[in-house]
Design a protein around this ligand. Structure first.
Ligand code: AMP
Length: 283
């Protein structure tokens, strides 16, 4: 496995692989690997001749006061885990390499960036779209692997790829969870043992929503209310949002029909956790 920090060197290596008609799969990450990251790597490895993972804690997607400086970083362990997954290349650029000198260009994916998490993290998705756009241009992969865990991020990136005609296919893979249902996240490291236990209520509340929908409930407010009650009765936390939205526009729905996304963001102590489920209603 190669660990590359230079953009020029990475391009040379990948150009060479492309000339040999090798397919390239790419998993962009911020490191501190957990089983969610590993599931993306495994699929990428299985699907491609060359499996590439980037590790870059992107400063421009963090607002002042967010957890940029404390965000978990564990290069040594990440390298070991990527090796175990038979990854070919880790791209590990510095901030200076990606935002050198006079950096002026930003990708803004319009109104879908302003829904859900965009309401409390106003520049977050501009930071995400810009870095992923840059990484796609550097790596030029055939397929980009993303996790459903960050549902809005996947929608924003898919929209960007479509709007800007990036020649890359996107695969969104299911959320990997702890045994108790908690979605795996690098930020789970901020949770105490008790918070980690309590945070399992997030997925339980999403499953409760699913049960209610399967039983015929179509009123979004009623679903949100029952989820809110379920969470507040079982955990000491602060709910940022719970929303039932259209899977493409991410706009809130009143009456549920078709394909919907139920998403939430909840704070447990220092940890801001997100989770979601997709539901496809037949009627
Ligand atoms: P991150 O390092 O948190 O930026 O995540 C890198 C990629 O892994 C993103 O596409 C995430 O959506 C994905 N990911 C993070 N957590 C999970 C999870 N629990 N299950 C599946 N994919 C995940």
């Amino acid at each position: 496995m190669k660990i590359i920090t230079s953009i020029t060197m990475l391009r040379q290596i990948l150009d060479n692989y492309r000339r040999q008609n090798k397919s390239i799969g790419f998993v962009p990450t911020m490191g501190a690997f957990h089983k969610g990251h590993l599931s993306l790597m495994r699929r990428c490895r299985k699907d491609h001749d060359i499996a590439l993972v980037s590790i870059f804690v992107n400063p421009t997607q963090f607002a002042p006061g967010e957890d940029l400086s404390s965000y978990p970083r564990n290069k040594k362990n990440d390298v070991l885990l990527a090796k175990e997954e038979n990854i070919d290349i880790i791209f590990y650029p510095s901030v200076k390499k990606l935002y050198s000198g006079r950096y002026l260009t930003h990708i803004n994916v319009g109104e879908i960036s302003e829904e859900l998490c965009g309401k409390t993290r106003p520049n977050h998705f501009q930071g995400v779209a810009t870095i992923v756009g840059k990484l796609i241009n550097i790596v030029q992969p055939h397929v980009l692997y993303l996790g459903q865990k960050d549902a809005q991020q996947s929608v924003v990136i898919q929209q960007m790829v479509q709007d800007l005609n990036f020649p890359v296919k996107i695969k969104v893979l299911p959320t990997t969870r702890e045994k108790n249902g908690l979605a795996m996240s690098s930020r789970n490291k901020y949770l105490s043992v008790e918070e980690r236990k309590q945070a399992s209520v997030l997925y339980k509340s999403l499953l409760l929503a699913k049960i209610k929908i399967n039983a015929g409930q179509r009123n979004a407010n009623a679903i949100i209310k029952s989820m809110r009650r379920n969470i507040t009765e079982n955990a000491s936390c602060s709910i940022e949002y719970i929303a039932c939205v259209d899977t493409q526009t991410l706009k809130p729905l009143k009456k549920l029909r078709g394909k919907i996304l139920i998403a939430l963001a909840v704070r447990f102590g220092h940890a801001r956790l997100i989770d979601n489920i997709l539901i496809n209603m037949k009627d």
